[in-house]
Design a protein around this ligand. Structure first.
Ligand SMILES: [Zn+2]
Length: 330
């Protein structure tokens, strides 16, 4: 399936205004009459942005063909990939095979990063200098860890000297930083300090201000809208906040932003509509089980349904791909 087929399906799913849909249908039928290219050529042709998943993870054993085949099945044109562990070589290999579809991030998901080992900074700078890597992530600032997965609790202040240096490196290379942070008051304060330290740094605080289930009663969700009002360089995503019925339990550990039938909760609707220029679509696939075909399909259907509930189709377009096109200069 070529990129144009993906976009046709996208627009049908968004349920946009009739006139627009008609124009796109005409465009799509013109595309269908083009002679079909061999599959390798299709894969390397510049992909037309449709859905851009800004929060994907490279897990060990993942192959480039697996990634692209799933992306094609669900209509994702581009995907950010962040390795779990020091596996940037694997992300780079997937990118090498499908450079038009993959947005590789330098991985920060291993111990040297959690203990702020400064040696990762020149390494990151080198990787960004190659021009292949588009960002750094997922930077684990405040993370509770999953005991059954033998994960440690992580606490890295966003305004530490290490993080400020990292922020400056990322900004200098016009790249993007994606962070994970449970919204504890102290953590939020340090994040604001980092955002003030470098106002040109493009920072995505993942998971739309939600708190992991374990912290729901004690700290609650962040007032992301107020933070975004104060910091024009702050972005967020809708990754990992689907109802648990949609995916294997390991992939979803946060309270969902919709009810079980997919209806958006009012506070998140307000945030998506008010800050539609800085909210990004993402799935969040840090475990092998998250890469199964069925969850993938259901997640994307869920996200389509989320954006279809928003005030107008322009918002849907921004969240699903236009904001990502802008920050990644696609
Ligand atoms: Zn993630």
């Amino acid at each position: 399936m070529g990129p144009r087929d993906i976009s046709r399906r996208t627009f049908i799913k968004y349920g946009i205004a009739a006139a627009e849909a008609m124009a796109l249908r005409l465009e799509a039928s013109a595309a269908l009459s083009e002679p079909s290219a061999p599959s390798y050529a299709t894969a390397h042709r510049a992909a037309r942005p449709t859905r851009i998943d800004t929060h994907g993870h490279t897990v060990s054993g993942l192959t480039a063909d697996r990634v692209i085949s799933l992306m094609d099945q669900v209509g994702i044109s581009h995907m950010v990939l962040m390795a779990r562990g020091p596996n940037d070589w694997l992300t780079a290999e997937i990118y090498r095979q499908y450079p038009q579809r993959i947005l590789p991030f330098v991985s920060s998901m291993y111990r040297a990063w959690h203990r702020q080992d400064e040696r990762v900074l020149p390494y990151t700078e080198n990787q960004l200098s190659t021009g292949r890597f588009r960002g750094v992530g997922e930077v684990m600032l405040r993370y509770y860890g999953i005991p059954s997965k033998h994960e440690p609790e992580i606490n890295v202040p966003a305004d530490s000297p290490f993080m400020k240096k990292l922020g400056d490196i990322v900004e200098k290379h016009n790249a993007v930083m994606l962070v994970h942070m449970e919204p504890e008051a102290e953590a939020i304060e340090s994040l604001e300090n980092l955002l003030n330290h470098n106002k040109k740094l493009k920072l995505i605080w993942a998971h739309i201000g939600t708190v992991a289930r374990v912290g729901l009663r004690t700290i609650g969700h962040a007032d992301m809208g107020a933070l975004m009002d104060r910091h024009p360089n702050l972005y967020t995503d809708i990754a990992g906040v689907q109802p648990t019925s949609l995916a294997p339990p390991a992939c979803l550990r946060r309270p969902p932003i919709t009810d079980d039938r997919g209806k958006l909760l009012p506070r998140f609707r307000e945030l998506l509509e008010k800050h539609s220029d800085r909210v990004l679509f993402g799935l969040d696939t840090p475990w092998k089980e998250c890469w199964a075909q069925e969850p993938f399909k259901r997640w994307v259907e869920w996200a389509d349904n989320v954006v279809a509930q928003l005030a107008d189709s322009g918002i849907a377009e921004r969240v699903m791909h236009k904001n990502a096109e802008r920050i990644f200069s696609l």
